[in-house]
Design a protein around this ligand. Sequence first.
Ligand code: MN
Length: 383
Amino acid sequence: MKIFHCADLHLDAPTDSRLDPEKARIRRDELLLTFQLFLDTAAEENADAVLLCGDLFDRDLVSPTAASVVRDAILAHPTLEIFYLRGNHDRNCALTVPSGVAIPNLHTFGSSWTSYTLGRGPLPVVITGAEISPPPPGGTASLLSSLHLSPDAVNIVMLHGQLISGNGNTLPSAEEIPMGLLRNKGIDLLALGHIHLPREGRLDGRGRYVYAGCLEGRGFDECGPRGFWVYTLPAAGSAANAGNDVLPGKFRPFARRTLYDLAVSAEGCTSSYDLAERIRQALAQSEASTDDLLRLRITGPFPAESEKDLSYLQHSFEGLFFYLEILDETTDAVDYEEYQYDPTFTGYFVRMVRGRGDLTEAEKGQVIRAGLAALRGEKEVLP
Ligand SMILES: [Mn+2]
């Protein structure tokens, strides 16, 4: 038996304001297309079940295109049993609306525990889930405490929220899941959504938890590989390997595009040309491809008297990626010794700024950079 697990697709999310309108539209459509491709892949690889652990949509009011693509893609794969648990973003979303078409292979959850048993495989696999956004009547802690599972089944529990330590002695706030309340309940796999970074860990002696992560990164807070998890229940006979997970799983990177945040040190550079060369070296060592979205941060000290042109750098690399932004995070380094005995106005200016008690070192650097550029007669001196 094979089970695919993803979450946090946030279909119909407002697109990143950094992207131009055309690329923003491309990206919005790609989120949908990746979901479609995810289901195609699950079907091609003969998955038995697909777990969608919340925030499939970014909001309750879904665009007609997103609603119909998701609905039709699910209908087009009748061999896949699809389990859709809603999160805090799509808490009121009803996939059958507006057409009212029932989807026979779509299984949903509510504010109390719902269980489904998958027939195939050597052991019964029971998928149990409950939606905790908004918190169920009686509260999340009492809902979690009320979970009862058969120890003889392979138990998958689906939830959407943030795991926290403890037993819920203090009332968990919205989307919080006190882990202690789920220990020693016979869970083999706690399949989660809400945290956009793929992550797994031990729940207790028997089970583990897995955050699927989002299927596509959208902003630079979602850098690195994104995709889904595949779990395989070993065939009869090979299942009895005590001590091992009954449902071994593997993360599979799947995103159409990956986001990267690269820091490039300016140390030793004294010109835009130098910086471009340094960026070129960093790019050669990174895994970023032309499809990807990159943020390059230039860091470290850079001489305040040296020229540095962000626009030149941006244009040097712009066409190489789907999106590229270069941020200047350098500090303006001033070699004060050099100006100590300089009799010109430049030397006087640098010494005067250095002596100003009301400026931080960083501010002094910025003032000196602007002042020296002005003294050189450069027109655009202000950042
Ligand atoms: Mn969420």
